[in-house]
Design a protein around this ligand. Structure first.
Ligand SMILES: Cc1cc2nc3c(=O)[nH]c(=O)nc-3n(C[C@H](O)[C@H](O)[C@H](O)COP(=O)(O)OP(=O)(O)OC[C@H]3O[C@@H](n4cnc5c(N)ncnc54)[C@H](O)[C@@H]3O)c2cc1C
Length: 571
């Protein structure tokens, strides 16, 4: 199957922004693709103009000065400003634009610091490979992302993961060992694969068997209204249920790959809320998972329609890459005001005296941007990382700013390598592997993209995507590209036993991009919401609060847009 790229669609304009090869991550922008010349060895080609999500404002919507102009104050209707043009900000702006087109009395304005839209979502088409620099897919179980794609007319582009090939390996004493069949995330549901796996020692297998007999936890944790009042780390939770080996070989590497995080600090209530609920109801997670499966099977038997889609894929994406979602959203914002290359540096409430006459009764905010430009709005939706929100709120509300800054972030980088058919034939079947920290590798995870999804590489070719960094190894972002490529190739050669030259290599850096839901996260988010309530018309959305996936971002975007709309309607 041939790979398709979203850049094959016509775009009004596109532009690539390349980072300085000498710069280090502290002064690089997220998603900045490293320039090729620093990467020695692999064949490279500058396909920057194929980059699908480097979208800029069309010339027709710019003023002669190169800025999009707003109507002057006295012609302004209620204005809702969206800060940040990642998937969250785009989904907010799109929701508002649809409401406005349906007659809602406001205008929306989106301000983005970068020269392109999409934030962490960036797809590049390189020599026929569809390369995802950031996220590669979304969980099918959470409906918001697929629903948005369908709403945007992208139903035919949706593809599911190639679940017949679904196998994940764990690097164990230098060798790839498959995760035992029947694992539901951390929970083993089949006995025989667990008995046979060389991943876990006998003591761990006995602990897994004993887990079956755990009763709903009580005693050592205080409860209020059926909920634990004491937060617990993921590490402690997994250890209590399944023992140290399961933590070290499965939970820790999995969460290092998904969150770039550390299980000893991550909160089980915020990261694995469903597992905590299962524990409260059943005690044993194994019994809970099997019981829920039984219930689902019964439901399916009762509902003939459900039988038709009885095996939904685990992950979904778009044939052309996730950048296509960004392209389509920006096309749908053709009549919205988009300001790119505009960094917001401060927010202040406008005093009643300073308000314009058209919106006399409404609280308003003044948005200050780098370079001195400012905008006014009746409502502001912050679709930014929490650390960016914290900075721009520091003079308006020091308390809120401090609480936002307490959400830590980790940094990571992805390295994409395209290979020819010889390498593709040599790879084991499956989606890729995870490297536990005890293996002392710099690779955290490697995905075999061409096997996880069809249409990611030209026929017969292989596309590998490696993840490095996270809380485990933030120093890796301080290395130059050549060093990173060299260490990635060296580790791949040792683990996968090939030394072929890649057809291309790309390094993408994502500084401070992954929020960490550490112990106390739920209380922190509640405090943020309380503090926000003091500022009517100010809303937050994004991955820092109640889920880091793309669907979570879209869900929070829809909620924030609805709240802002309601506020405008009530004025
Ligand atoms: C490497 C990586 C892999 C991932 N893999 C997956 C995956 O496979 N599946 C999945 O569901 N999720 C994945 N995620 C998570 C998911 O991509 C993110 O949660 C999501 O894209 C975040 O979107 P956002 O719009 O909230 O934030 P961002 O994408 O970070 O966008 C925020 C935007 O705000 C802008 N901005 C920042 N400061 C300012 C300012 N002062 N003024 C104006 N603009 C500003 C930024 O330039 C940026 O464009 C991954 C994340 C990363 C980093």
């Amino acid at each position: 199957m041939t790979a398709r790229c979203s850049s094959q669609l016509s775009l009004r304009s596109s532009r690539a922004r390349l980072g300085s090869p000498k710069s280090r991550f502290r002064n690089q922008e997220p998603g900045v693709r490293s320039q090729e010349p620093e990467v020695r060895g692999p064949k490279t080609e500058d396909r920057s103009l194929e980059t699908s999500s480097f979208l800029t404002i069309p010339d027709s919507r710019r003023s002669p000065s190169g800025r999009s102009e707003l109507p002057s104050s006295n012609e302004a209707k209620a204005r809702i400003a969206v800060l940040g043009g990642g998937i969250t900000g785009l989904a907010v702006a799109y929701t508002l634009a649809r409401a406005r087109e349906g007659g809602a009395p406001f205008e929306e304005l989106l301000i983005e610091a970068d020269g392109r839209l999409g934030g962490s979502i960036l797809t590049e088409c390189i020599e026929g490979f569809v390369v995802e620099a950031g996220p590669d897919s979304f969980l099918a179980e959470k409906p918001e992302a697929a629903a948005l794609c369908r709403e945007l007319g992208l139903a035919d582009s949706l593809i599911g993961s190639n679940d017949r090939e679904r196998r994940t390996y764990i690097l164990h004493r230098g060798r790839l060992v498959p995760l035992p069949d029947g694992m539901m995330l951390l929970v083993p549901t089949r006995l025989w694969p667990i008995v046979r796996t060389p991943l876990l020692p006998l003591t761990s297998k006995l602990a897994l068997a004993a887990e079956w007999f755990m009763s709903p936890a009580a005693g050592n944790f205080e409860r209020a209204g059926g909920r634990r009042t004491v937060d617990e780390s993921v590490a402690s939770f997994v250890r209590r249920h399944f023992g140290d080996a399961m933590l070290e070989k499965v939970a820790d590497p999995l969460l290092a790959a998904v969150f770039g995080g550390d299980t000893a600090r991550l909160s089980v209530r915020s990261v694995l809320p469903r597992f905590q609920e299962m524990e409260q109801r059943y005690g044993s997670l194994t019994r809970a998972v099997l019981e829920m499966r039984k219930q689902r099977r019964r439901q399916r038997a009762r509902s003939p329609r459900a039988v038709l889609d009885s095996s939904p894929p685990l992950f979904m994406t778009l044939k052309e890459g996730l950048g296509h979602l960004v392209v389509r959203l920006s096309e749908r914002l053709a009549n919205s005001r988009l300001h790119l290359d505009e960094r917001v540096v401060g927010l202040e409430p406008v005093s009643a005296r300073g308000r314009n006459s058209a919106t006399q009764a409404t609280p308003q905010y003044k948005i200050h941007c780098e370079g001195g430009r400012s905008y006014e709005a009746g409502a502001v939706i912050l679709a930014l990382p929490a650390h960016a929100c914290s900075r721009l709120l520091s003079s308006m509300d020091a308390g809120l700013s401090t609480t936002l800054a307490e959400i830590p972030y980790s940094s990571g980088l992805t390295v994409a390598l395209g290979y020819d058919a010889a390498v593709a034939r040599q790879l084991p079947p499956g989606f890729g592997f995870l490297a536990p920290r005890t293996e002392a590798r710099r690779l955290v995870a490697c995905t075999f993209m061409h096997q996880k999804f069809l249409q990611r590489a030209p026929e017969g070719h292989a596309l590998l995507r490696c993840f490095l960094g996270g809380t485990r190894d933030s120093e890796v972002l301080g290395l130059g590209d050549a060093e990173i490529v060299s260490l990635v190739r060296q580790e791949l050669a040792q683990i996968l036993e090939f030394s072929a030259e890649p057809e291309f290599v790309r390094v993408y850096r994502w500084p401070s991009s992954m929020p960490q839901y550490v112990l106390g996260h739920e209380a922190r988010v509640a405090a943020i919401e309380n503090q926000l309530a003091k500022h009517p018309g100010l809303f937050i959305a994004g991955n820092a609060y109640s889920g880091i996936g793309i669907s979570d971002c879209i869900r929070t975007a829809r909620t924030a847009a609805a709240r802002a709309q309601n506020l405008c309607a009530s004025r």
